[in-house]
Design a protein. Structure first.
Length: 356
């Protein structure tokens, strides 16, 4: 007799046909324009950085899973995605050994120790960059190869000059296209927007967190500069959007499945918080850029946002609010009383018919 096997699992009980590998491959395709642009602007240094970072992330994840007796998951391409992302948020001048150190932190500390893909609290690539930035600020945050002359190094970013009040000329078109100093993958705003639309159309990312983050930075920057006049405030907004890693972070980092809230309201709050912290660090903090720290801070709050914005099954649209037990009991008593009254009336009517 054939044995019946029942597989019990939690909802949802349907599949869209997407696998982790397919999703990661789509993200890699979306990152390809930034990789090509980085190589075109910064040359062979950028290509070496990307190749080393991908190799390091894949190697460290495979070794960690081997040592801890876990199933090898390198084939799902998540390590490759982390490697590309980490390289793209680093300057092309970063030494190879430093990139590998960032890979180790990303794959082992930020991801492996927490249980692997889907269990990590913090974005692996940003965690690796944060450790490198804090440990080696001169190499990660102050050394930038100048496009067209890779031997020259720019000592201050646009955001640093904005904070210091020394920014005079700002070529909006060149910054939009990507012909500027900066991290490998953050220079071309045009290509980042193309990648964002691609991921959105492919239904890989949700628009709520990125849009909330960017709009929050724009609104706060406008309000912070309105005292200098409308034209100056609008200029500040455009500079804030085109410089730094805001749009790259909003497209690729804040939309990470494992480290962002799963609820729609949670994603809006998540994006708002990241945007607000980014603005506060840019405006008042000791660092010129705040995207990395803002996303990591909100990563820590994501589980709480899931809890406070989640909907409990069976409680309707206001499922995050527990129903009042007294009200439920009262409604139950009223319903029971009506049913009892109706039953008594029917019994009385049947009795009258029998008497007749």
């Amino acid at each position: 007799m054939a044995e019946n096997k029942f597989h019990i699992s939690s909802s949802p009980h349907f599949s869209l046909g997407n696998t982790t590998q397919k999703i990661m491959l789509t993200v890699l395709i979306a990152l390809l324009p930034e990789v090509i642009a980085g190589i075109a602007v910064f040359g062979i240094q950028a290509l070496i950085a990307v190749a080393v970072s991908v190799f390091g992330c894949v190697l460290f994840e495979a070794l960690f899973q081997k040592v801890t007796g876990q199933k090898n998951t390198v084939s799902n391409l998540s390590a490759a995605v982390s490697g590309v992302m980490l390289a793209l948020v680093l300057p092309s001048t970063a030494p190879v050994w430093m990139i590998l150190l960032g890979d180790l932190v990303a794959m082992v500390i930020a991801k492996g120790i927490f249980g692997g893909i889907g269990s990590n609290v913090f974005n692996p690539a940003l965690t690796g960059r944060a450790v490198l930035f804090i440990s080696f600020p001169a190499a990660i945050g102050a050394s930038w190869a100048t496009p067209g002359n890779l031997d020259a190094v720019s000592s201050a970013t646009v955001l640093a000059r904005v904070k210091a009040g020394t920014l005079e000329n700002f070529d909006f078109l060149q910054f939009f296209i990507g012909n500027r100093a900066g991290c490998i993958g953050e220079t071309s705003i045009l290509l980042i927007l193309v990648s964002f639309v691609f991921l959105l159309v492919a239904k890989i990312i949700d628009w709520r967190a990125p849009l909330a983050m960017v709009l929050t930075v724009a609104v706060c920057t406008f309000l912070g500069g309105i005292s200098s006049g409308l034209e100056s405030a609008c200029r500040d907004v455009v500079i804030a959007l085109l410089s730094g890693g805001l749009l790259f972070g909003a497209t690729f980092m804040i939309t990470d499945y494992a480290t962002a809230p799963v609820t729609r309201p949670g994603r809006l709050i998540f994006g708002f918080g990241a945007g607000l912290i980014t603005f506060l660090i840019r405006k008042f903090g000791g660092y010129p850029e705040g995207v990395m720290f803002s996303i990591l801070v909100m990563n820590a709050l994501a589980p709480h946002l899931n809890r406070v914005t989640g909907r409990m099954y069976g409680y309707g649209k206001k499922g995050n609010q527990r129903p009042c037990s007294a009200k439920i009991n009262m409604e139950f008593d009223l319903t029971t009383a009506k049913e009892r009254k109706l039953s008594d009336a029917q019994s009385a009517a049947e009795g009258d018919k029998k008497n007749d």
